[in-house]
Design a protein around this ligand. Structure first.
Ligand code: PEP
Length: 254
């Protein structure tokens, strides 16, 4: 089954609105006509509008890094799905391990966000993955299974078509330690098997499963060649045009 590769850049808490536009223009100049790979830029909330304007008329898509599950109300400092839609956001990263760790996000709260995103036609990029201690104790697959099953609870087969999963081993995020292709492929294949049980093979074969964790131009070609790795969720290497462009080109070459 051919799945179009997807490369998403998670800028985290980096780039002002104007720095974001500078980077976006560099990316558009190189990738504006790249249609063989889906490219999603996920700037901080404060840069969504300006980056979105810079992307107008181009194939690159706009994503957010988080959102609140409620529609509106007394949630100081929060942003709703409707607000994101108003800025022409199409994707939203949910359940990133940094938010699980620093913002006490749980599988249950992430699941509420996934459902709210889907109800507002936003494509969730659901992040799942084990810590180093969990890997070392042999719990990797059990943790990933829990993140996937609980994160997707109540998601209908029709909605599943809009979902993207990102396998991000926590020990590989921002550490320079990348999972070996064999380690990543094992978990990706496991996730696809799980999706097959939950949603049936035809749908599971369509869902894109991204790898995230110190993906760089040097290691991307091998990772992206694995049968169940359908792209990357990129942190550090998404902050520089050169490395991000090289990653998109590596995905286009597959
Ligand atoms: C991430 O935060 O999603 C990520 C994968 O970061 P990095 O590429 O820097 O490891």
């Amino acid at each position: 089954m051919h799945r179009k590769k997807l490369i998403a850049g998670n800028w985290k808490m980096n780039k002002t609105a104007s720095d974001g536009v500078v980077l976006t223009r560099e990316l558009i100049a190189a990738l504006g006509r790249e249609t063989s790979v889906d490219v999603v830029l996920c700037p901080p909330f404060t840069a969504l509008e300006s980056v979105g304007r810079a992307l107008e008329g181009h194939a690159l898509k706009l994503g957010a890094q988080n959102m609140h599950a409620e529609k509106s109300g007394a949630f100081t400092g929060e942003i709703s799905a409707e607000m994101l839609r108003g800025l022409f956001v199409t994707h939203v990263i949910l359940g990133h391990s940094e938010r699980r760790t620093y913002n006490a996000e749980t599988d249950a709260s992430i699941n509420q966000k996934v459902l709210a995103a889907l109800a507002h036609q936003l494509k969730p990029i659901l992040c799942v993955g084990e810590t180093l201690a969990e890997r070392e104790s042999g719990a990797t697959l059990a943790v990933v299974q829990r993140h996937v099953e609980r994160g997707l609870q109540g998601v209908t087969p029709e909605q599943m078509g809009a979902c993207i999963i990102a396998y991000e081993p926590v020990w590989a995020i921002g550490t320079g330690k990348v999972a070996t292709t064999a380690q990543a492929q094992e978990v990706h294949a496991f996730i696809r098997e799980l999706l097959t049980k939950l949603y049936g093979a035809p749908l599971a074969q369509k869902v894109r499963i991204l790898y995230g964790g110190s993906m760089k131009p040097a290691n991307a070609p091998e990772l992206l060649a694995a049968p169940d790795i359908d792209g990357g969720l990129i942190g550090g290497a998404a902050l520089e045009a050169k490395s991000f462009i090289e990653l998109v080109r590596a995905a286009a070459a597959r």
